[in-house]
Design a protein around this ligand. Structure first.
Ligand SMILES: [Zn+2]
Length: 379
């Protein structure tokens, strides 16, 4: 279990609203609070990400561990939670909701929760009509759990924070300020000026947190001070190689590079020879595709001899889209997209997006129409 937990956003595939999951009586066994629900969720996350090593970033309210202890059917759950918090595998705060939304906004990593965050929509207008960033755990067959994408719907104005309704201009101001994700923040390392503080120390690996944003400055959660810029953080893109849906390899691409992928692409490339059995390399060219990562956007060029490469989006609301032929020019290879090189051999990007891609997406979304608050479409 522990090897599926991380508080390093570079590794995390999903953010988890832990209190919400542990308290969800529809999942697994009866009882008010149970950590078994998290174990079922890990299985669901593995299968959705098609990654047996999938990593989750857990955020919990302090009250999960400290309030209502008798609600746990198994007291071992409380000890387990305490151990995870001490080892930096669970981020525990007074208000987990706010932190989850902040992390999602900063990193583009999807959130697993049953909450619709109706009360947060004034401050975070990107929640309105969102269909990309939230997954809900629901009961699956034979006591399992499934994850389904959530249409957050558009909350009625009366459900949105009262203080913002009072002042439409202020609301507009917030919209503008919040529409740009802070990739300036996620692309740097940060250091707390308190010498004993290691919360943001990236040399410590999985315990390095992403700073909290207070009055638009990165701030230490524990000491409250503004954090010091500690140099650039290497921006990377994660790539998985799947054979018939099974994970065969994992690669990291760095910004500013061009990486050929194929049977035997030569130096600097990703060689698939040896990763997939010889009888499945039929039709696989020596260099099959070029991946170019520039300004945080990944581009793909089909270089296969017979033009066999297909593209699809797998992150959509209705599940994976239809395979489409790549053109002869470079195309975008976005977060959640997949490339099929030859039958059954697929390169997949995780659902999380690169900070620059996130920024572009938000710009495309634009402001909500003025009558949006009249529509109620909750699930
Ligand atoms: Zn600190």
């Amino acid at each position: 279990m522990d090897n599926h937990l991380t508080t390093d956003f570079d590794e995390a595939c999903f953010l988890v609203d832990l209190s919400n999951v542990v308290r969800n009586r529809r999942l697994g066994e009866p009882g008010a609070r149970s950590l078994k629900r998290l174990r079922l969720l890990v299985e669901a996350a593995k299968s959705l990400a098609r990654d047996p090593d999938v990593k989750l970033y857990l955020v919990a309210d302090r009250s999960l561990r400290h309030g209502g202890r008798r609600e746990f059917g198994d007291l071992g759950d409380i000890r387990q939670l305490g151990s995870w918090v001490r080892r930096g595998l669970v981020e525990e705060l007074a208000d987990a909701d706010d932190r989850l939304l902040e992390l999602c906004e900063l990193t583009g990593i999807p959130v697993i929760t049953g909450d619709r965050f109706r009360g947060a929509r004034g401050e975070r207008p990107w929640l309105q009509g969102n269909t990309d960033d939230f997954l809900e755990p629901v009961p699956g067959p034979a006591g399992t759990v499934r994850l389904i994408p959530v249409d957050m719907g558009v909350a009625h104005a009366s459900a949105i924070s009262m203080k913002l309704e009072e002042d439409a201009l202020k609301k507009q101001g917030l919209l503008d300020a919040r529409r740009r994700p802070r990739f300036d923040l996620v692309s740097r390392n940060w250091r707390c000026e308190d010498r004993r503080c290691t919360l943001y120390d990236t040399t410590k690996g999985s315990a390095a947190l992403l700073p909290r944003v207070r009055r638009s400055s990165p701030t230490c959660e524990m000491h409250g001070g503004v954090l010091v810029d500690d140099g650039p953080r290497t921006a990377t893109v994660q790539l998985k190689l799947l054979l018939d849906g099974e994970l065969k390899g994992r690669f990291t691409l760095e910004n500013g590079t061009k990486v050929p992928v194929g049977r035997a692409p030569g130096p600097g490339g990703i060689a698939l020879h040896g990763l997939i059995p010889a009888d499945r390399t039929n039709g696989l060219s020596r260099v099959h595709v070029d991946l170019r990562i520039s300004d945080g956007v990944v581009h793909v060029l089909d270089r296969s001899r017979y033009g066999t490469t297909r593209w699809r989006s797998a992150a959509g609301r209705g599940g994976p889209g239809r395979w489409r032929r790549l053109g002869t020019a470079e195309e975008r290879f976005g977060g959640g997209d997949e490339l099929q090189l030859v039958d059954g051999v697929v390169l997949a990007r995780s659902g999380r997006r690169f900070p620059t891609e996130l920024a572009q997406e938000w710009q495309r979304r634009g402001p909500l129409p003025p009558d949006a608050a009249d529509v109620t479409r909750m699930h």
